[in-house]
Design a protein around this ligand. Structure first.
Ligand SMILES: Cc1cc2nc3c(=O)[nH]c(=O)nc-3n(C[C@H](O)[C@H](O)[C@H](O)COP(=O)(O)OP(=O)(O)OC[C@H]3O[C@@H](n4cnc5c(N)ncnc54)[C@H](O)[C@@H]3O)c2cc1C
Ligand code: SF4
Length: 445
């Protein structure tokens, strides 16, 4: 996968650098290899964590990486981007023993990075099944599904509207966790299974219709993620200098952004995208960066451990503040806010201005489910595609997973949902679809 060489994200260093071989061995040797390990239970992809750690401790890096990739084919990305503090590491029994928990993410990275660098492949494509599956969107959900389907021998084609695949794992995740080129390496390695056709620059719904896709393939998987940044409907919202946070992050990760004239940047929102954006602006050299959130610090939805680092880095915050207008002459210069009470209600007359040359809106993303809205059998819930536990939409031959169904979670959830849907699709193809094909081909008479 080819990325631009000049990308603003390259100024960022790894926030959690790799372990040395000795450190990895010592850390792995601390693991208690618990039965019914709570760390594994906390992992959405159910990686057998004590098993992969034990293999590191016995010098079997190849076996360790196999254990990880068997469960999660984006195990290298997830080692870096998973919020381990609230998943596996947060569940480690050492947390109840006044001892530091095992650094599971770093150990996972140690094994998977080594495997990718060595080019070890653990899976091969199954014998040709004669069935073909189309995957809409090329993010983690579809990549995970595509790989699993190839293992079952199905032909797969990914349709991706952007020029690169990988979804938000490439275009959205903070570069101090993982840079786009590292994810690209993992994707190239994943595609090494062979036979995954990737068609970039194809927007389903515009360049190709559902009817065409349904004709072309025996089953479809939809992993289209979320849509554009939500905007604020207040005066001045269209002023240059006011833009969506996810769009800004994508621009910084795939190309270059010029912040040389930005002295005061504001990021609106209190979730993870907003917290990432303040840390990114700070890392890109903007001197005065402020998070503006309508609630309190205690009530912000973003991860507290991430916000703590932002504060240490010198990011400011305006709590209980709601923007009511963006102001400026031809370009944003300040944001008028109103103070909110503890019930998130504006306090009359409590208005104030914050200087701003750049405003990023990190208040959510649109849901893209409408794309499937007209299809009989598909149900939407506030733009989210409704599916059963295996990703089935209710329309024959159509599955979905990842952010477009769960409303926006983590890479690891998308991987788990893509894989689970692929297993259900395989079951459908080898039973229902195979029987229908046989009946069609049987001689009449
Ligand atoms: C700023 C930001 C930071 C994040 N940081 C983290 C993090 O640190 N850790 C973590 O685990 N998660 C993080 N996430 C969440 C994580 O990236 C997502 O949960 C995950 O990528 C969802 O995967 P997906 O495959 O469902 O969708 P996406 O990754 O969104 O991929 C969907 C793909 O579908 C394509 N597409 C959409 N419509 C069409 C169409 N009509 N035709 C063809 N292609 C289409 C898109 O271009 C995109 O490539 C972050 C999200 C954001 C926004
Ligand atoms: S909970 Fe902690 S100690 Fe137990 S198996 Fe998992 S990582 Fe090892």
């Amino acid at each position: 996968m080819k990325l631009a060489e000049k990308r603003s994200e390259t100024v960022f260093q790894d926030f959690k650098p790799a372990l040395s071989a000795g450190h990895a061995f010592a850390e792995a040797s601390r693991c208690l290899f618990c039965e019914d390990a709570p760390c594994t239970i906390a992992c959405p992809t159910s990686i057998d964590i004590p098993q992969f750690i034990r293999k590191i401790a016995t010098g079997n890096l190849k076996g360790s990486a196999r254990t990880i990739f068997d469960a999660n084919i984006l195990g290298s990305s997830c080692a870096r981007v998973c919020p381990v503090e609230v998943l596996c590491v947060g569940a480690c029994v050492y947390n109840h023993m006044d001892q530091p928990p095992i650094q599971i993410g770093k150990l996972q990275r140690h094994a998977t990075d080594h495997a990718i660098a060595q080019g070890w492949q653990f899976h091969t494509a199954g014998p040709d099944s004669g069935f073909s599956v189309g995957l809409v969107g090329g993010g983690p959900a579809s990549l995970s599904a595509a790989h699993q389907l190839r293992r079952q021998g199905h032909a797969v084609t990914i349709y991706e509207k952007r020029s690169v695949i990988g979804g938000l794992d490439v275009t959205g995740v903070a570069p101090y966790k993982v840079r786009a080129d590292d994810v690209a390496k993992e994707i190239d390695w994943l595609l090494g299974i062979g036979g995954i056709e990737v068609r970039t620059g194809v927007q389903v719904g515009a360049d190709v219709t559902w009817a065409e896709l349904e004709q072309r393939h025996d089953a479809l998987f939809v992993g289209i993620g979320l849509g554009a940044d939500s905007l604020l409907d207040v005066p001045g919202a269209q002023l240059p200098g006011v833009q969506g946070a996810v769009a800004f992050i994508e621009a910084m990760k795939l190309g270059t952004v010029d912040l040389s004239n930005v002295r005061h940047a504001l990021v609106i929102g209190g979730g993870n995208t907003a917290v990432d954006a303040v840390r990114e602006l700070n890392g890109l050299g903007v001197k005065d960066v402020t998070l503006v959130y309508r609630g309190t610090e205690a009530g912000m939805p973003g991860y507290k451990h991430e916000w703590k680092v932002a504060k240490i880095d010198g990011v400011h915050a305006a709590w209980q503040a709601l923007p009511v207008a963006f102001q400026g002459n031809g370009r944003v210069e300040s944001v008028r806010c109103i103070r909110m009470d503890e019930h998130k209600k504006p306090i009359p007359g409590a208005e104030f201005d914050l200087p701003a040359d750049l405003v990023l809106l990190g208040i959510g993303q649109a849901k893209l489910g409408e794309l499937l809205g007209g299809l009989p059998g598909v149900t939407l819930d506030k733009g989210r595609v409704v599916v059963d536990a295996h990703g089935f939409t209710g329309r024959r031959g159509l599955w979905a997973g990842g952010d477009c169904t769960n409303g926006g979670k983590e890479v690891v959830n998308a991987v788990a949902e893509g894989k689970s849907a692929a297993i259900a699709i395989d079951e459908y193809l080898t039973t229902t679809a195979a029987a229908a094909r046989q009946a069609k081909e049987a001689p009449h008479g």
